[in-house]
Design a protein around this ligand. Structure first.
Ligand SMILES: Cc1ncc(COP(=O)(O)O)c(C=O)c1O
Length: 474
């Protein structure tokens, strides 16, 4: 198969003059945390990024369909985001909340304007783990209860408390960390007991939460916490109605409902700004990170004034939380999503890609399932469609081969069997809206016909078929 070429892009990366890949690898092995991992057999070193593209030290360009693990939400080095961060860095880099600063106040107001219901009070932290830690504390202080229900196949972070919520052996160290946490079965319509053909699946999976409340706790809990779509777990989309039923059970047991929007927020699901809205619920606490800052260390917890008031019992302080630079950047991200209509774009392009992936599934037995919403997509690979044995090695091969084609993807699931496809919002702006700067992405990459159509992503419905190289031949 002829390797598809990336479409032209008007950006010349700077000449790289730093240490070689081998040298960086050596330094990393000697001086860095041995628990971190690399994706490819021959690691790539990324030294520059511009919107949907990244460059390695040799000047080779890649289309980034992972965005630093669902983090670069509006494009690498988005000019407006860079501009506000640069200006703030030159003016005042840090002050903390013991003094007034306009950025944190204006940003909180803007973020709150994106929230439904009474969710109006913002806390700023530095990461998703910190946001979930704080949400747990809030729920426990507010309710006076301790136990928490989370879901199997969840990822909520790597701090001591959030490792307890996370439910993948891969991320859990063999130390005491889950006291008071009970994991309900994952509402996974592909691998779970009830599939997409069962209209009551949401209710049935939710009954397991009720079971836990009745049999594993005192009947009173602090909270239920879930990602609105499980990201690290391989893009697992819950059946309709699941969260609605769960929230009823949990609120009946005195608990608060926490939505982890670290991957699903900010319009990525396309139909809604927040992932929980796709399930028709309003949580009591929402946690955010990753895409909120387009790559800077920013996380947030948003809750109601009533819940927030209970945390006023003690001083709550976070040195970098709400720093003037990250708040400027966070606000610029919200504005870019609005101005560039990235939510609408995620819906349009996401639906198009999903339809292409469905057609691929018809052709290749290796694909067990395709799923997702907007630009949060998963392609689960199995050795056998009957047994659903995870195809871990094949998934790694797909990633390797796509990298050779200039496309960076992610993987997820307990066995790393699911290709994760969560491209940058900006990357999929139709050509008509973005001019020559980002004329096409997967459509162009995937297309055997070049890139001349006004909106190639939309014009070539079969394009997704070219994303997967030889390994997918059935
Ligand atoms: C859904 C979800 N929650 C929380 C986290 C933890 O975020 P951080 O790595 O910023 O601590 C992650 C990270 O992958 C995540 O995907």
């Amino acid at each position: 198969m002829k390797t598809p070429e990336l479409p032209p892009f008007d950006h010349q990366p700077k000449k790289y003059t730093g240490p070689s890949v081998d040298e960086v690898l050596r330094l990393r092995k000697e001086f860095l945390n041995p628990g971190i991992f690399l994706y490819y057999k021959k690691p790539i070193m990324l030294v520059e990024g511009k919107m949907q593209y990244v460059w390695d030290e040799q000047g080779r360009r890649y289309l980034d369909a992972l965005g630093g693990i669902v983090t670069v939400s509006v494009g690498h080095c988005h000019p407006d985001v860079v501009d506000v961060a640069r200006r703030q860095n030159e003016t005042l880099q840090h002050s903390t909340t013991i003094y007034l600063h306009p950025n944190i106040a204006e940003y909180a107001q803007k973020l709150a304007s994106k929230m439904p219901g009474e969710l109006k009070v913002c806390y700023f932290v530095n990461s998703g783990s910190e946001a979930n830690d704080l949400a747990l504390l809030m729920a426990r202080v507010y309710t006076g209860n301790y136990d928490v229900i989370a879901l199997r196949n969840a990822y909520h972070g790597g701090s001591a408390a959030t490792m307890g919520l996370t439910a993948h052996r891969t991320w859990k160290f063999n130390v005491p960390h889950s006291f008071g946490v009970h994991h309900a079965i994952a509402p996974d319509p592909y691998r779970g007991l009830w599939g997409r053909d069962d209209v009551d699946a949401g209710k049935k999976y939710a009954a397991d939460v009720k079971d836990l409340l009745d049999f594993a706790t005192s009947g009173q809990v602090a909270a239920f916490v879930a990602e609105s779509i499980q990201g690290v777990g391989g893009c697992v989309v819950f059946p309709d109605g699941y969260l609605k039923h769960v929230y009823e059970h949990v609120r009946g047991a005195g608990g608060l409902c926490i939505a982890d929007e670290v991957q699903t927020g900010f319009g990525r699901t396309g139909t809604h700004y927040w992932g929980f809205e796709t399930q028709g619920v309003i949580p009591d606490i929402v946690t955010m990170a990753k895409g909120i800052g387009n790559g800077c260390p920013l996380g947030a917890v948003v809750t109601t004034p009533k819940i927030a008031a209970t945390l006023g019992q003690r001083t709550h302080f976070n040195t970098f939380g709400g720093n003037p630079v990250v708040c400027a950047q966070g606000k610029a991200v919200l504005e870019a999503i609005e101005r560039e209509k990235l939510q609408e774009n995620a819906l349009k392009i996401g639906n198009h890609i999903l339809a292409g992936l469905e057609r691929l599934k018809e052709k290749h037995n290796l694909i067990g399932d395709v799923r997702g919403k907007g630009l949060l997509l998963g392609i689960e690979l199995v050795k056998d469609r009957q047994s659903k044995e995870p195809a871990r090695e094949e998934c790694a091969q797909v990633l390797e081969a796509c990298k050779e084609m200039g496309l960076l993807l992610g993987k997820g699931g307990l066995h790393a069997q699911t290709v994760r496809f969560s491209p940058l919002g900006q990357a999929f702006l139709p050509a008509a809206a973005s001019g020559n700067a980002c004329p096409t992405t997967f459509g162009g990459l995937a297309s055997p016909h070049g890139t001349s159509a006004a909106d190639p992503c939309l014009a070539r419905p079969r394009s997704a078929g070219y994303l997967f190289p030889h390994v997918l031949r059935s």
